[in-house]
Design a binder for this molecule. Structure first.
Ligand code: SAH
Length: 211
């Protein structure tokens, strides 16, 4: 997803330091202090306009959520949702998912979500996929031992690729859904993309993979 540059996006982010952590490297190893409690921290890499992260934070007040996006304008729209929610258990970071080890220590993150990640269908762009092995290595370095990645997408090619990538990395596929919305999985929180694509008739795939 590419969105048009939003005028004033950076100022918007800078004006809300209680929600947007602009120098997350300073918080490495200190996230419990940032949130003011020792609750588990769940991260969504590529959080887009923030519906999932705010929905999850609302449903699970005893979990802290961090939404990460590489696009400043997209993150600024997520900030609008977070501001409307006024929830205490969300932070947003404008960073690249490939650099998470600069911001989190081993085990500081309890669970990692990937939702509707960019598919990068061309083989020569494989390294950009958020489930490529170098990303898995990064996630492994901030999750606890046997940490988990929960991934959903409508993109069949990316899903097939990711199952193979998790497996080649030595991860366990704990559960796989080939049609999430037709399943009995009840705690689903929809993302913006999920609503858009399922309205178009696409099935939603989901996997819980464990290191
Ligand atoms: N999860 C949202 C958005 C999906 S679009 C939803 O389901 O609606 C994918 C998002 O991932 C985009 O906002 C894009 O900017 C972000 N993204 C892509 N590569 C990234 C990276 N390396 N690090 C962080 N975010 C990334």
């Amino acid at each position: 997803m590419r969105v048009r540059r939003r005028k004033g996006a950076q100022e918007h982010l800078e004006n809300h330091p209680n929600y947007v952590v602009l120098k997350p490297e300073d918080s490495k190893g200190q996230w419990a202090k940032v949130f003011g409690n020792n609750n588990p921290i769940h991260v969504e890499v590529g959080s887009g306009k923030g519906r999932f992260i705010t929905g999850m934070a609302e449903k699970n007040p005893n979990i802290n959520y961090i939404g990460i996006d590489i696009q400043m304008s997209v993150l600024s729209y997520a900030l609008d949702k977070v501001l409307a929610s006024q929830l205490p258990n969300i932070k947003l970071l404008w960073v690249d998912g490939s650099e998470l080890t600069n911001y989190f220590e081993k085990g500081e993150i309890s669970l990692l979500y990937l939702n509707f990640s960019d598919p990068w269908p061309k083989t020569r762009h494989e390294k950009r996929r958020l489930t490529y092995k170098s990303f898995l290595k990064t996630y492994e370095m901030i999750l606890p031992e046997h940490g988990e990645i929960h991934f959903k997408t409508d993109n069949r090619g990316l899903f097939e690729y990711s199952l193979a990538s998790f497996s080649q990395y030595g991860m366990t596929l704990k559960q796989v859904w080939l049609d999430l919305h037709a399943s009995d999985y009840e705690q689903n929180v929809m993302t913006e993309y999920e609503e858009k694509f399922s309205n178009k008739g696409q099935v939603i795939y989901r996997v819980e993979a464990q290191f």
